[in-house]
Design a protein around this ligand. Structure first.
Ligand SMILES: Nc1nc2c(ncn2[C@@H]2O[C@H](COP(=O)(O)OP(=O)(O)OP(=O)(O)O)[C@@H](O)[C@H]2O)c(=O)[nH]1
Ligand SMILES: [Zn+2]
Length: 385
């Protein structure tokens, strides 16, 4: 970790910032998460963004490991317009997501009081962070919802070491690089100056295998057209299809591995049949929670819908992404899924309530999602069979 890494300063914008208090009257500040493995080039990208003439006034939150062995010493530094670290937040239990919720939310609230001084927030995670819970926390945070919204997750991948990092697998464990890629709304394949063409080609194939719909751009020193990574509105209130799926720059994913159980014609290039559906969830019992896990696993891994009578229905659609926040047994849970990688985790920290639990699915060929929704409702016994 670069201990002497400079915390970037706010960049004063002489012009009215684009896309913030825009035509839609939305005065909320977008937040973009920068993720990527250790040393991939996140800070380099951050500095590039801050020095580009983009007309946005940007605040930066850095979440880094201190250079000690002390696992308690993760901090979030919020850099202010003075350029000095204003908040150093000790994360008591080493869990970023609850710290973002607890003390981090306070930092952001404080930051928000300076609203008018900035109109964009960038959060650089540590190289070993799973951005999933962080993203979930921001897109679901009711208290912050009127002030900020999660715009998207940008994942920087080292073009020389990225493939090795992604391929490092252990039974029953999804490595951080994979989690970061799975969460990504856009990928920057960085340090292309150091990689051979064959390294680039195999890395690209690997990325496409894991997250086939994510737009990816080659960069050196993080230099990218900022319109490709900022202002994506990828998580917009579940209602929008992530930009990744509608970007004209999205690579054609025709040639990714097909699950043989997919019987539907693959409409690659025709993105108009990507749709989403949302199911409101009551607080789940422990049994319902495990049935939800079974249902999601069967859907994402075997492409089948489980029925209440234990029979299976082949899904004639493909889930690209699912996400959810709901309560079970008095605790909040987050579902994060990208393609067939998913996780259902209890959110650490017990002060969080989930008044309106919901799960959203984004998929190809999903239609209005009523088949999926009804199956799930019946399987969880929310509606009777
Ligand atoms: N050759 C080359 N070096 C780069 C490129 N991008 C970043 N670097 C260098 O790679 C090193 C790591 O870059 P950082 O931006 O600090 O990486 P990071 O992801 O922020 O690292 P951590 O915060 O430690 O996880 C630095 O020495 C950068 O100057 C690039 O495109 N080409
Ligand atoms: Zn860094």
């Amino acid at each position: 970790m670069e201990q002497d890494e400079e915390i970037p300063e706010l960049v004063e914008a002489p012009l009215e910032a684009p896309g913030t208090t825009g035509d839609d009257g939305d005065s909320r500040v977008p937040l973009t998460i920068l993720t990527g493995y250790l040393g991939a080039g996140k800070t380099t990208l951050l500095n590039y963004i801050l020095t580009e003439n983009h007309g946005r006034r940007i605040a930066v939150i850095m979440n880094e490991f201190a250079d000690t062995a002390d696992i308690e010493s993760r901090t979030i530094n919020v850099s202010s317009d003075t350029g000095l670290t204003e908040e150093v937040l000790e994360l008591a239990n080493g869990c970023l997501c609850c710290s973002v919720k607890d003390s981090g939310a306070a930092a952001i609230e404080k930051l928000m009081r300076k609203k008018g001084k900035f109109d964009y927030i960038l959060l650089e995670t540590t190289g070993v962070a799973d951005p999933g819970p962080i993203a979930a926390m921001f897109w679901q945070n009711e208290e912050l919802a009127s002030d900020i919204y999660l715009d998207g997750v940008v994942c920087v991948i080292d073009s020389v070491f990225g493939a090795r990092q992604l391929e490092e697998r252990r039974e029953g464990w999804i490595n951080e690089g994979l989690r970061q890629l799975a969460c990504a709304d856009v990928v920057l394949v960085n340090k292309t100056d150091l990689a051979t063409p064959s390294q680039l080609a195999s890395l690209d194939a690997l990325i496409a295998e894991i997250n086939p719909t994510v737009p990816r751009f080659s960069t050196q020193m993080g230099m990218v057209n900022l319109d490709q990574i900022l202002g994506l509105r990828a998580y917009e209130r579940f209602s929008m299809i992530p930009t990744a799926f509608v970007s004209t720059d999205a690579p054609c994913d025709d040639d990714h591995d097909h699950d043989p159980s997919h019987s539907h014609p693959h409409p690659s290039g025709h993105l108009d049949d990507v749709s989403s559906c949302v199911l409101a969830l009551p607080s789940l019992t422990v049994d319902q929670l495990s049935r939800l896990d079974e249902f999601i696993r069967s859907l994402l891994w075997d492409n089948v819908l489980l029925r209440a009578d234990a029979s299976e229905l082949t899904a004639d659609f493909e889930i690209l992404r699912c996400k959810g926040l709901f309560a079970s047994d008095g605790k909040p849970f987050v579902l994060q899924g990208v393609r067939n990688i998913y996780d259902i985790n209890a959110v650490q920290g017990d002060d969080m309530t989930v008044p309106n639990g919901k799960i959203a699915f984004i998929g190809r060929g999903l239609g209005d999602g009523h088949v999926l929704i009804e199956c799930l409702q019946r399987y969880l016994n929310i509606i009777s069979s």
